[in-house]
Design a binder for this molecule. Structure first.
Ligand code: FES
Length: 577
């Protein structure tokens, strides 16, 4: 990339609002004074938008009010003027049916917030699952200087001398509760020890995966993604990000200068080495799509096959994000993968990934393992194809019981989540641990919003016999904190007539993870006969955002973005009259 000349005041985008000698500009300046700022406070300074995904319903971002103040301090220190812009907070736990339904909503909102306000650069405050991809999608589309401030993980959970990981261990204890092995009081004590501080889930779930990916893409300050949310270093990182974005504006360093096909390959290598969330694949495809880069499931699989999982962290391993930080964090982990990463890629520092790794070390080999002693010999996620998923599906192989990696068993089919809920614990359900549980109509459109229902519950009668894993197939997603032999993101989904819709109870299902295959043993002519007899389910949402979403969302293998946000001409800058 050719060296850019530093911007001058008159080049700043915000000057369109504040600069001209006209009535509108007078009005903009007068209204800034209305908020208690004098002309000297904001005249001649880059205006920095701070997109804050704080709310009382985002439990993982409860420190964001404070962090926004620290970012503002940094912006002021560097000679900028901060403008905080609240956006939909998408707290993973409270938003129903799924934050995935609203990822694109936040992406659109953030894009429009940036477009319609007098900002020259933006700080993106995210962390809880969908907030990271949504904010990156918006920043890429607008292509103003942008830096991402990750929320950081919460502290380790504790119960009865044992460390607890969000999601992963509550799911494990809940299985024990359903099996009658623990009582309500014990369960409540587990709940009490799970979430000890602000911050995201502290296992390698979607939040930790996406924060790590954002850093790998070069969109954060070095080391930012591994800092626990309540560590004082996190506040320092927030202030430093505020200082840095002001310089990025003068340098005109934009996402399009940073994000390349090679940086997305780097992100995929890291995702695999972390044993990252299966959700990362959908999000990476969507984010890359906004950069005009097409990522395919095949590319993920190619990288997966040559990248070992070297981070021993739940749900694939045993440690937690706090341990990862003490072990050297993402920078430490990257030093083990220099042979696979393109370290020439640029970052928000203006330097390269190689520059970011200077002085990085691994301090605890048992957490960040050497390449010759990996947790798993290839990447955490595998891509499968076959007549059930003609456009692909995914499995987190590291979180699956190895005895199911090659498996043949009869399908037990549920025609939607309500059917699953109603029958899964029915004592009369004809199911064994060799059965394959199949959930339909839970995909991007069918659910809608592709909720994290993919870790289908083990039937109670099998739980009581000690069964803790089975093969499960669905067109929905699974929490990055979850585990088990769960085949996810089947595309095309049942709602649009994918072959998943045609599977019936009793069909034999063949899973072969090493061979990357997933098939139903159904003759072609029988499949065709079933297709002719199949009728689409009515979609109950006819108004509002959900109707818009259902008309335009793409399938999982395409990233589930809205098609009209991908394609088409650029939206022009707003006229200022
Ligand atoms: Fe927010 Fe897990 S619930 S990161």
């Amino acid at each position: 990339m050719a060296t850019k000349t530093r911007k001058k005041l008159e080049d700043l985008r915000s000057q369109r609002w504040y600069g001209p000698s006209d009535m509108r500009s007078v009005s903009h300046r007068a209204r800034s004074r209305q908020m208690g700022y004098s002309g000297e406070d904001f005249t001649g300074k880059p205006k920095i938008g701070i997109i804050n995904t704080w709310s009382d319903m985002n439990t993982c971002h409860s420190h964001f009010k404070q962090r926004a103040e620290e970012i503002k301090r940094g912006v002021y220190e560097a000679g900028g003027f901060p403008i905080e812009l609240p956006a939909m907070s998408l707290g993973e736990i409270m938003v129903k049916p799924s934050t995935m339904l609203y990822r694109n909503f936040l992406a659109m909102e953030a894009e429009e917030l940036i477009r319609c306000h007098p900002v020259d650069g933006v700080v993106l405050m995210g962390g809880c699952d969908k907030t990271t991809p949504a904010l990156l999608m918006a920043a890429l589309t607008m292509d103003l200087p942008a830096i991402y401030v990750p929320a950081g993980p919460m502290l380790r959970g504790f119960f009865a001398g044992e460390t607890l990981g969000s999601g992963t261990d509550v799911l494990r204890y809940w299985a024990d509760r359903r099996a009658g092995l623990i009582d309500d009081e014990t369960m409540e004590n587990v709940v009490g020890g799970l979430s000890r501080s602000a911050g995201t889930c502290m296992v390698m779930g979607t939040a930790a995966t996406m924060m790590s990916i954002a850093e790998t893409l070069g969109m954060t300050l070095p080391g930012a993604s591994s800092i626990p949310a309540v560590d004082s270093s996190h506040a320092l990182m927030a202030a430093a990000s505020g200082r840095r974005i002001v310089d990025m504006v003068w340098e005109d360093l934009k996402p399009s200068d940073i994000l390349t096909r090679a940086s997305f390959d780097n992100a995929t290598v890291i995702d695999m080495a972390l044993g990252g969330s299966t959700n990362a694949m959908i999000h990476l495809i969507a984010v890359a799509g906004r950069a005009g880069i097409e990522l395919t499931l095949e590319r993920f699989d190619e990288i997966s096959k040559k990248t070992p999982v070297i981070l021993d962290i739940k749900p694939s391993g045993k440690y937690l994000m706090e341990d990862f930080y003490y072990a050297g964090g993402l920078r430490g982990l990257m030093t083990r993968l220099t042979g696979q990463l393109d370290l020439t890629q640029k970052t928000v520092t203006g330097g390269t990934l190689a520059d970011n790794l200077e002085g990085a070390e691994v301090y605890l080999d048992e957490v960040i393992r050497p390449l010759d002693n990996p947790l798993y010999h290839e990447g955490g996620t595998a891509i499968l194809r076959g007549n059930i998923a003609t456009d692909g599906c995914v499995i987190k192989q590291t979180a699956a019981d190895p005895r199911f990696h090659v498996h043949r068993g009869p399908a037990v089919v549920f025609e939607g989540y309500q059917d699953l809920h109603d029958r899964i614990d029915d004592p009369g359900l004809d199911v064994t641990e060799d059965s394959v549980l199949v959930l339909k109509y839970a995909g991007p459109i069918g659910a809608p919003g592709m909720p994290e229902w993919g870790m289908l519950p083990i039937p109670k009668k099998l739980l009581e016999k000690g069964v803790r894993d089975m093969v499960r197939i669905s067109d929905c997603r699974m929490s990055g904190t979850a585990y088990g032999t769960c085949i996810l993101h089947v595309a095309p989904e049942a709602q649009v007539g994918g072959n998943l819709a045609l599977i019936q109870t009793g069909d034999m299902i063949d899973l072969d993870i090493p061979g990357r295959r997933l098939n139903a043993d159904i003759p072609d002519d029988e499949m065709e006969a079933r297709r002719k007899a199949w009728t689409p389910r009515p979609f109950p949402y006819e108004r509002g955002y959900t109707a818009l979403y259902a008309r335009h969302v793409t399938q999982a293998n395409k990233g589930c973005d809205l098609d009209f946000l991908h394609a088409g001409a650029e939206t022009p800058e707003p006229p200022i009259f």
